[in-house]
Design a protein around this ligand. Structure first.
Ligand code: G4F
Length: 319
């Protein structure tokens, strides 16, 4: 029986990955952080046939106990303080959650379930403003993070490589570029924009406040990206991988297309708010995922447009 343990199981990626792994016949276990609003605890996963445990990445005791009980064959470390903007307000918490916890997780995995494979959710934010001369980021592009979040992910990325080499383990990094869906938290720019558009269309609000609209992101769909996570763990050898669409668009482009789907012009509604400007900005992301597509035979199904259309439709039905 293949047994997966997912940290961050109730997040966007954790919920899609759980569904995907259940479909593949896995027994799925996940770690849940206690939330004061019980309804928010497991909103994305409450219909799934999975087993959850209260724990926290910063609480080594809970990690140790859960690993001992589950003894997984695959660990997907998706839990994180994942908001780049907020990481500058909570830098120490970000490092504790995203970097220090990875040491505990890898040490415990090595001792408790030595054959277990580990997937680490690494991020394109690690590159900061480094970009190759052809306009792409790839595994060889220098990492120059521009946020505490990016710094924390670089540390975790290197720890995974270190444990893989030092102890001959099947520990992998998936460097995922931005990936979205209707399940995305609404303080990330894509879902904030889409949800606001639907509220504007339904005359519930009359403006949308954003920060930097000129930064560019390489956006894919979370459902496609969790499939890549699983393929990474099934490859014949452990490695690091880029998961991206290879296309870049600005926040402005995203707004223009999303507003046009409900016959509105973004220029009439989007207002600038300095509050959303970050101390440092990552300007352009565009990932070269050619190796991932070739060796893992990974093929995303969604396009930029179909992803936004699905998000609009979701909020149209929900609000
Ligand atoms: O949606 P965002 O918050 O995503 P960001 O910072 O790119 O991070 C996401 O992708 C990373 C992968 O590269 C992940 F590792 C990370 O966990 C997360 O999933 O912001 C995207 C862009 C930024 O340039 C930001 O400055 O949108 C800009 N933006 C403009 N106005 C805004 C807003 N971002 C947010 N969240 N809210 C705004 O109002």
């Amino acid at each position: 029986m293949r047994k997966a343990l997912i940290t961050g199981i109730n997040g966007q990626d954790g919920s899609y990955l759980s569904e995907f792994l259940i479909g593949k016949g896995y027994e799925v276990h996940g770690i849940l952080r206690r939330h004061s609003v019980a309804e928010n605890q497991d909103a994305r996963i409450n219909s799934l046939d999975i087993k959850t445990y209260y724990g926290d990445l910063t609480d080594e005791v809970s990690l140790f106990k859960i690993l001992k009980e589950v003894k997984p064959t695959e660990i997907y470390n998706l839990g994180a303080m994942s908001h780049v903007g907020i990481s500058s307000q909570m830098p120490a918490f970000t490092i504790k959650t995203n970097s220090l916890s990875v040491i505990s997780l890898l040490e415990f995995a090595k001792e408790i379930c030595p054959e277990c494979k580990v997937y680490q959710a690494s991020s394109s934010e690690m590159f900061g403003n480094s970009i190759d001369s052809d306009g792409f980021q790839r595994l060889t592009t220098p990492m120059n993070p521009v946020s505490p979040y990016g710094c924390s992910k670089v540390m975790a990325y290197n720890l995974v490589k270190y444990y893989r080499q030092a102890y001959n383990k099947f520990y992998c990094n998936g460097i995922l570029f931005n990936h979205e869906s209707p399940r995305r938290g609404s303080n990330f720019v894509t879902n904030k924009v889409v949800k606001s558009i639907v509220m504007i269309k339904k005359k519930l609000i009359n403006k949308l406040e954003l920060g930097n609209m000129d930064s560019q992101r390489d956006w894919g769909h979370s459902q496609d990206y969790v499939e890549a996570m699983h393929l990474i763990m099934q490859y014949k050898s452990p490695n690091d991988w880029i998961v991206s669409m290879g296309e870049t668009r600005s926040i402005r482009d995203f707004c223009e297309y999303a507003f046009s789907l409900v016959n509105l012009n973004y220029l009439d509604y989007v207002k600038h708010n300095e509050k959303y400007i970050r101390p440092l900005e990552l300007d352009v992301l565009r990932g070269d995922s050619s190796k991932t597509r070739k060796l893992l035979n990974w093929k995303p199904k969604y396009t930029f447009e179909s992803m936004i259309e699905e998000m609009i439709e979701y909020w149209m039905n929900k609000i």
